[in-house]
Design a protein. Sequence first.
Length: 191
Amino acid sequence: MNHPRRLLFALALLFPLAVVGAKGGLLDRSFRPLAGKTPINLQQAYAGKVLLVVNTASKCGFTPQFEGLEALQAKYKGKGFAVLGFPSGDFREQEFTDEKQIQEFCTLTYGVKFPMFEKVHVKGDEATPLYKDLLVATGEAPKWNFHKYLIARDGRTVTSFGTRTKPDDKDLVAAIETALAVPAPPAKTAR
C-alpha cells in the first residue's frame, strides 16, 4: 500500500474509531427508500457490509459517475458490499425536487439498481445526522455532489473520497477490496 489514504484505512480497520452518532452507532438511522414510504434502518439492513455512501445529484456534471457506482455495486455486491445513494440539492440545487423524478432519471438514464434513499441535506447545520457523523468520523464534509464515504464492516471505520475520485479509481477500489477482506464482526446475540 503506497497511498497514504489506503494505509490509514487499513490501520483504521485494525484499530477502529470510537462509535459516533446514534445510540447504536453511525448507521443506526432510518431513511425512506427513494419515493418510498417505509423507512429502512441502515444498521439492520446493512450490518456487516462494506458501504459506499454517496451524495448524488441528477443535474450535475459528475452525474455520469452513476454508471461507475452501479458497476461497483454489481461487481462487489456478492462479497458484502453496497452503494447507498443519498440525493441532495445542497450544491446549486442540482437535484430534482420530486423524488419520483429523481428515481426515474437514475433508473432510466443510468440503470441505477443500487439503493437510493430520500433526498437529504449533506452540509452545514441542515445536514442529516448521518452526514454530520460522517464529518466527525473523517473531518471532511462533502464539498460537492458525489462525495464518497467508505464505511467498513464494523460500521465505524470510515474514509472519505472527494467528488473527483471516480468509482473506478484504483485507490478507491483498493480501499473497497481491503475492507472486504476483513471478516464481518460476529453478530451480537440478545441476552
